[in-house]
Design a protein around this ligand. Sequence first.
Ligand SMILES: [Zn+2]
Length: 240
Amino acid sequence: VIEGLLEDLVLANRILFHQGVVDAYGHVSARDPRDPERFLLARHVAPALVTRDDIMTFDLEGRALDANGRTPYTEVFIHAAIYAARADVHGVVHSHSPAIIPFGVSDVLLRPVAHVCAFLGQGVARFDTQDAFGDTDLLIRDLELGRALAHALGDHPVALMRGHGSVAVGVSLRQAVYRAIYTEVNARLQTEALRLGGSVRYLTPGETALMGRHQDPAYRRPWELWTAGLGEGFVAPAQH
Ligand SMILES: [Zn+2]
């Protein structure tokens, strides 16, 4: 189980880069299947460059358990606090993907405009560091900020982080990746729909509920495609 998950986590990093969700910044983690009080996250490196050797283990307060000289991401507390607050969550993506940013600073709600983005019908949370912390550098630099973000996320699949980015969570790593990619897609499509100038008819709660039933929990088809999209130059991580 663990080797398959580590391989998926390396792939998730590269997929999210190729899909335009992360760039030099942003990160993706998975809860450790061997111990639910731990999670796996790469060291401080651009996601597209992550290999198996970069993956570190953390506890739910964001402490590295196997640093061996490796430096963690500044915002490791996003992941720690969300896993601590949400027993159902097994994957977390934090990104600054561009189409979502405007919805974090605007009062226009991000709502599902396409069936593949139906999960957004469960509601998109909003987090603003100004509310409890006033002026900050906007980064989630400690556990207190992480807990405030996790609290704002509540039981939603996605939270917008004002002036910064977003988080997407899932019951699996693959679901978190899927949601991160399709939240960005929905933000682009919704912006286009609003730009047309007429009134927008979003998916109804009934439609989003029905669509949710049809989602393959393993995301086999998109995962295969995204992995293939990494191209000839990509060498899949070796099986240990
Ligand atoms: Zn960030």
